[in-house]
Design a protein around this ligand. Structure first.
Ligand code: SF4
Length: 503
């Protein structure tokens, strides 16, 4: 399909002289009804102004089913507005993701916000199966390949065929609002990895700590990140503020001080509406001064008059106190500026890590003392089904006891401080955490289990908060390896390391 219509969002966001505004829409469960009517009315009203450059549409938010973003996106596009589709990975495997990318390209829905997504919660007759076949770094890599003509691999139908380039504009998310050092450092490491994998813009998590917003911008400058970064500004009603304050919205922190302020404002004649809108307007003005490329605006129960008032105010406000007036930090939050100076001078690497790393390097590093022998022995075992079974069973026994191994067949233990992500992370992420943790706890087990990647940070070598850099994104697991020996797969070059099978 020829791409004829103008991509207002992309045009605006890639123009350094523009401050881009997008607005988030949350379609609910069902294909009709008042909620959708309100959404479409808002879009129609917004067309008289040209300030909203795209409507972003969530993808099964909160981990429960809702109208698909593609369907609503097409309607909005037909009304003449640009869209930004959230593209999450919790409910679709890699083939479904690819298929939906083709659909998006075919229908000219080219702006995508790539994210892992909230853990699936509610669904037809029970909790849905969490998929997470790809993570956000892996999907960004797929999109980058589709952008530059994707070659179908040998052995697959259509092998060696090159798909025509698909001009997606795909961005990623980062949270600068994490409370613990481990969570925050991981967010920045993963941001750099996502950019390396092809993210073309960044949108922050929503938050209310203005120092953290400042920190994200400073970090991107220090890292010479040239892609546009948008801040996420949310206008919560009292009900939503209360929910956010309990930590029930994955990755969102709304401090007690802000909740108290919103409760006080509720006592006024307009039930605090003007105060909430003015606060958001001040935030937008402050974020513009900080150097953000735009703002991703959201809120519940906002009509276009409220949004219009808010944006009018944001255009006129200026001054150094705006950030101070809208700054609501969570007590004991770690800031990047705190750096590692309050750590003990000599870091003691945990013995579990030291021991496993030593053994790993000797057996699985080509320069290791046991590597040649281990590879020769393993390749010989592969010649016999009987020995392959014994070998696989022994590997399973050892790794089950030491690491709670799930026999995924493609071992990534050395990338997560020798803790198994298949056993420890409910989303089975291998390239760092999602954004859902709160105060170090896993989104799926709040206040109960620490995030797997926080534990990995704490169990590993010296923390690298002074030297944050991108990691190599581990490619998606080949599911044909499931329940086979990861050691044999490694030595025979079948796993993600693709070791050359030299004798
Ligand atoms: S083989 Fe897979 S499941 Fe087993 S320890 Fe390694 S990463 Fe975990």
């Amino acid at each position: 399909m020829t791409q004829t219509s103008t991509n207002l969002f992309r045009q605006s966001l890639t123009d350094p002289s523009e401050f881009t505004i997008t607005y988030e829409l949350v379609p609910g469960r069902g294909s009709d009804g008042k909620r959708l009517e309100k959404i479409l009315q808002l879009v129609e009203d917004a067309q008289s102004h040209s300030r909203i450059k795209a409507f972003s549409i969530t993808d099964n938010p909160g981990g429960h089913p809702a109208l698909s973003p593609t369907s609503l996106g097409l309607e909005i596009q037909a009304m003449g507005s640009s869209t930004l589709l959230h593209f999450s990975l919790k409910d679709k495997n890699r083939n479904m993701a690819e298929s939906q990318l083709f659909e998006c390209h075919r229908t000219n829905l080219l702006n995508l916000l790539v994210l892992g997504g909230d853990f699936p919660r509610y669904g037809f007759q029970g909790q849905a199966m969490p998929v997470f076949d790809l993570d956000s770094t892996q999907l960004l890599s797929l999109i980058a390949q589709l952008r530059h003509s994707y070659s179908i691999k040998k052995g697959a139908p259509g092998q060696k065929m090159k798909l025509p380039p698909m001009d997606f504009f795909a961005g990623c998310v980062v949270s600068p609002f994490k409370i613990l050092e481990a969570e925050q450092v991981w967010q920045y490491v993963k941001l750099l990895t996502k950019i390396k994998c092809g993210a073309q813009f960044v949108i922050s998590q929503l938050g209310f700590d203005m120092i953290k917003y400042q920190e994200l911008i400073r970090f991107t400058r220090e890292q010479h990140i040239s892609i546009p970064v948008m801040a996420n500004v949310f206008v919560p009603s009292l009900t939503v503020a209360r929910i956010m304050n309990t930590g029930r919205v994955p990755g969102v922190i709304l401090p007690d001080t802000l909740l108290q302020r919103i409760e006080d404002e509720q006592k006024t004649s307009d039930r605090g509406e003007e105060a909430r809108l003015l606060r958001a307007a001040k935030m937008i003005a402050a974020l513009r001064e900080m150097g953000y490329a735009g703002v991703h605006l959201g809120g519940n129960n906002l009509n276009f008059d409220s949004i219009s008032f808010l944006l009018d105010q944001a255009e006129t406000l200026t001054g150094p106190d705006l950030a101070k007036e809208t700054h609501f930090p969570e007590p004991s939050t770690w800031y990047l500026a705190d750096d590692c100076s309050n750590k003990p001078k000599k870091y003691k690497t945990p013995l579990f890590y030291e021991t496993n790393d030593f053994v790993h390097k000797q057996a699985f590093n080509e320069r290791g003392a046991f590597f040649r022998f281990a590879r020769k022995f393993s390749l010989q075992a592969l010649n016999s089904t009987f020995f392959t079974r014994i070998y696989t069973f022994l590997e399973y026994l050892i790794k089950k006891v030491l690491f709670r191994c799930q026999m995924c067949g493609d071992c990534t233990l050395s990338h997560s401080s020798y803790l198994c992500p298949q056993a420890g992370c409910p989303k089975r992420l291998v390239n760092g955490p999602c954004g859902g943790s709160i105060n170090g706890y896993c989104e799926v087990y709040p206040k109960e289990k620490l995030c797997f990647w926080v534990r990995s940070y704490q169990c590993g070598p010296e923390p690298h908060c002074k030297n944050i850099r991108a990691t190599e994104s581990i490619p998606p697991k080949d599911w044909s390896l499931n329940k086979t020996s990861s050691w044999l797969n490694y030595y025979s070059g079948k796993d993600h390391c693709k070791l050359k099978n030299r004798k």
